[in-house]
Design a protein around this ligand. Structure first.
Ligand SMILES: [Zn+2]
Ligand SMILES: [Zn+2]
Length: 311
């Protein structure tokens, strides 16, 4: 099982339906014990409670844009996290200009204290976060309000040590293994020389996950998502409503697929699904998916609580 997992918490556009909450996606870095959220529509905290995700692990929240269906869940989720005893780890929120003013004002006027360090960082394009194993890049997209896409990029991972080969060469298990793993060259008691670098596989490329906010067609998506393992992209309309998509700064499923093809991604996951295409008795989502798959075959449709392992 991979240690990088997407969990869709809300996959609807505009307002919630019985089957889809408004937008939010979790990205778990399992080995690091860290959880990132991308957008936080109303009631995202309820969705977290119904999933296997834990707010104690929450480290970052990336907000794509300031439309309500992407942010109204933020104050409640942050406040609830503060009420849980023993959670003191910091949370950093990244987002467009205006986010900090809205959030701090809401917390202040509702007398909501947050009992852990909370930082809000206003983003511009480019590299916005980096640690020892990860980077996050951000690009401005094309929506009615300023909207961003985020690329979470893992740095190259070191290659695996071939313990079986070391044993076959006569290296006794123990501290010598560690020295060979560090790339040292050793001379064994019998006089044989063993080079550590010949026992280590080449570095594996890091994984790349791109999550876009609401957007119409723009070359920025392919620029940001070039070579990504996964692209999460909105698909608010069918092609028959391409004019409405254009007017409202949204994408059709076919438009999302064209961006995925241009970027050369591994998998496209469509989200931000309009309630107009789905009722209790009928669904036009097979059409939506088919329109995308005609252009980019490896396309999936997101559903609330569905998980996707990356790489
Ligand atoms: Zn939206
Ligand atoms: Zn929007």
């Amino acid at each position: 099982m991979t240690d990088l997992i997407l969990t869709f918490l809300g996959t609807g556009a505009g307002s919630p339906s019985r089957s889809r909450n408004v937008t939010s996606v979790g990205l778990q870095w399992v080995q690091r014990g860290s959880l990132w959220l991308f957008d936080c529509g109303e009631a995202t905290q309820h969705q977290v409670l119904r999933s296997s995700l834990r707010l104690s692990r929450l480290e970052h929240i990336y907000i794509t844009h300031l439309h309500g269906d992407h942010v109204f869940g933020l104050p409640g989720l942050l406040a609830s996290r503060s009420l849980v005893k023993d959670i003191t780890t910091p949370v950093t929120i990244f987002g467009p200009p205006g986010l900090e003013e809205w959030l701090r004002t809401t917390l202040r006027l509702t007398h909501t204290g947050i009992g852990y360090p909370l930082t809000v960082q206003t983003v511009t394009e480019g590299l916005i976060y980096e640690d020892d194993t990860r980077q996050v890049f951000c690009r401005r997209l094309a929506h009615r309000v300023e909207s961003f896409g985020y690329a979470a990029v893992e740095k190259p991972r070191s290659g695996a040590f071939d313990a079986a080969k070391a044993l076959a060469l006569g290296v006794p298990p123990g501290p010598l293994f560690g020295r060979l793993k560090a790339g040292e060259t050793l001379t064994l008691p019998g006089g044989q020389v063993v080079e550590g670098r010949t026992l280590i596989a080449p570095p594996r490329p890091g994984r790349k996950v791109v999550i876009c906010g609401d957007t119409g067609a723009t070359p920025a998506v392919a620029g940001l998502a070039r070579g990504a393992d996964v692209l999460v992209h909105e698909a608010t309309f069918l092609t028959e409503q391409a004019d409405r998509a254009k007017e409202s700064g949204h994408s059709t499923a076919a438009g999302a697929a064209a961006a995925a093809r241009e970027a050369g991604v591994g998998t496209l996951i469509l989200t931000h699904i309009s309630p107009r295409y789905e009722s209790d008795s009928s669904s036009r989502l097979p059409e939506l998916l088919a329109e995308a798959q005609a252009i980019f075959p490896n396309t999936l449709l997101a559903e609330d609580f569905r998980t996707y392992g990356v790489g």
